[in-house]
Write a protein that binds this ligand. Structure first.
Ligand code: SF4
Length: 329
């Protein structure tokens, strides 16, 4: 199956400039613990409260005019949570209209391999490694027949190369023997492949097959907990609780936007709160640097004037591409 390289690239709207604003204090959510999503074959299909009913009828004000949330601890209703979550999503869509998967790939097989390699390393390192790998083994059949030691050396820069080589050999052989050399487009098939878990499967489904999916990685989990969208730690539970806040059609791009924001602004250790465009909507404002000048210095990738992670970014990406392996980084 041929898939456009940048199939998940978002809307082409220009990013609007939004001002970081002083924001409020804490919001405690009254989480709907009765939500118990059911799952379809390809992605979570929660049967909780229909998200569309909760959509506010009127368009919300732009972030720059947003009122900081009120001080003190208060309970946020389910409806208010859904509205705030969707508003954050809309704001992020304005800030990152070019959000996309940060792995370079040309087809589902390449995306699957790149995603497996991305465990415990950066997308940049994977993107610097895969050109030689895909030149050597362009198809599952080629990779399944690879000399393990040669394969290991090719993927060595991504770390854990012996385990990853084993996974790549296993999944390539499985694709060759069980799926006719094609990457399957169903979650239940993908997760039977060696080295492929639910997160990897959702990345492939969302970006190579257009099947909506949430990618709950470390950034996603951290941000949605900071935003009080959920207090779950387990990725599958996080996925289920976030899925019911949004229509399915938003899941893939929402994932990209959240991960973009986590990598650029809302870092694990030093979130750049003073330069954050969604500060007025964030209950965790103040967890990081609030001084605007100091916060600006914490911004990364295109927001900090630095290269991105892709060697071949989409045409609308506003930052410079990453350098190949061995070039000065
Ligand atoms: S940087 Fe993160 S914690 Fe700080 S205001 Fe923005 S989203 Fe909230």
């Amino acid at each position: 199956m041929t898939t456009p390289r940048n199939s998940a690239v978002g809307e082409q709207r220009r990013a609007k400039s939004t001002k970081a604003a002083k924001a409020g204090k804490s919001i405690t959510t009254s989480k709907d613990t009765s939500a118990s999503p059911s799952r379809s074959e390809a992605q979570p299909a929660p049967k909780a409260e229909p998200a569309s009913k909760a959509e506010p009828a009127s368009k919300t004000k732009p972030t720059s005019n947003a009122k900081p949330s009120s001080g003190g601890t208060r309970t946020e209703s389910r409806l208010a949570l859904v509205r705030r979550a969707r508003r954050i999503n809309r704001e992020l869509a304005e800030v990152y209209p070019y959000a996309h998967p940060e792995l370079d790939f040309d087809n589902p097989f390449q995306l699957l391999v790149a995603t497996v390699l991305s465990a415990q390393t950066t997308d940049l390192r994977v993107n610097q490694t895969t050109p030689a790998l895909f030149a050597a083994y362009p198809t599952p059949e080629d990779m399944a027949a690879a000399d393990p030691e040669v394969l290991e050396q090719l993927i060595r820069p991504t770390g854990f190369f012996r385990a990853k080589a084993k996974s790549l050999l296993g999944l390539s052989a499985a694709l060759r023997d069980r799926f006719g050399g094609e990457v399957p487009g169903r979650l239940k098939d993908l997760v039977t492949l060696p080295g492929v878990g639910r997160k990897t499967a959702n990345v492939v489904l969302g970006n190579a097959f257009g099947v909506p999916g949430l990618t709950v990685d470390t950034h996603f989990g951290r941000l949605v907990r900071r935003w009080k969208w959920t207090d779950q730690e387990d990725p599958e539970k996080v996925e289920a609780e976030i899925a019911v806040l949004f229509p399915k059609s938003e899941w893939t791009m929402l994932s990209h936007r959240i991960i973009f924001h986590g990598r650029r602004v809302c870092h694990a250790r030093k979130p750049a709160c003073g330069a954050c465009p969604i500060a007025p909507l964030c209950p965790a404002y103040g967890e990081g640097e609030t001084d605007p000048d100091k916060a600006k210095k914490l911004l990364k990738y295109e927001m900090g004037g630095q290269p991105g992670q892709r060697l071949r970014p989409p045409a609308d990406y506003p930052g410079p591409p990453a350098a190949p392996l061995g070039a000065a980084e």
